[in-house]
Write a protein that binds this ligand. Sequence first.
Ligand code: CAA
Ligand code: NAD
Length: 278
Amino acid sequence: MKFGVIGAGQMGGGIAQVAAQSGFDVVVQDVKQEFLDRGRAVIEKSLAKLHEKGRLTDTPDVILGRMEFTTDLNAFADCDLVVEAIVENEGVKADLFRQLGQIVKPDGILASNTSSIPITALASASGRPERFIGMHFMNPVPLMQLVEVIRGYSTSDETAQFVTQTAERMGKTPLACNDFPGFVSNRILMPMLNEAIQCVMEGVAEPEAIDGIMKLGMNHPMGPLTLADFIGLDTCLAIMEVLHRGLGDDKYRPSPLLRKMVQAGLLGRKSGQGFYTY
Ligand code: CAA
Ligand code: NAD
């Protein structure tokens, strides 16, 4: 099977890596060579770590040998499945799927790793809504078990079955849900992160204390502010905006502090500064 991934950021790189670990031939595309180089370096580091722990069936070199890095969208023409993992913006994703619908072979399946954007709207843009689906991996992809599988209004049973089986072949556990804003994962997770940010803004406690309370008190592996920094504050804001607009309830209103930090370019781990310094 030929597996395509669009975007060599933290999610796209992770999805491409796990697909190659699972034996698929993988093509990864991004808009600039420097983004591909950065993505490849992250993959190399992760593979080295997993190899050291004996968690790979092939050597990192063999796995990397299955991967092709390109800036050319036409490289997806003969892919059986293409998973998109670019910026969390409906207009940008819809434009991309309009182009991909013309490039990828007619029986190829298109999937989005979106955190929150309506699958049905992206499916319409692609021009092949029955062969379109949400395939939502969790960060960090090499370590996290879940793939949330989201059917759009017109997704066919064959497409859902193919993507479910592919997730299983990647060693993941696929769980199905329907197309509502934020699906299940982010409808439940993101308001908690937003509330933690609101606690910082209102001076309820220092960031370290908020994270410590949730880690030690609720047994969460990361505190909510550490997790928001890890996901990317730009992505958190984009998801909160989809929830707020899509569900129409003020309980999903993005914290003004979150908005301000994104405006200031403090995006968390990826920019070197968020609630913490990296
Ligand atoms: N590849 C390979 N190895 C990795 C890795 C990667 N990408 N990331 C971390 N590791 C390794 C570390 O190097 C470390 O190795 P050593 O033990 O040899 O030092 C090991 O994994 C454990 O990592 P840490 O010690 O740093 O930390 P940890 O034990 O807390 O585990 C974690 C890391 C699995 C990420 C854990 O902190 C965790 O589960 N955090 C929460 C993650 C989460 O909630 N993800 C979902 C985010 S929401 C989402 O994804 C959806 C969305 O749409 C926004
Ligand atoms: P990121 O900023 O790390 O990476 C995005 C990558 O996409 C960048 O390398 C960028 O250059 C590239 N890109 C942007 N526009 C492009 C285009 N038109 N064509 C090709 N490449 C393009 O972002 P990320 O955290 O990897 O998130 C990507 C997607 O995955 C988003 O939809 C996000 O909501 C979703 N997601 C994120 C997480 C997370 O924890 N960060 C978890 C699950 C899902």
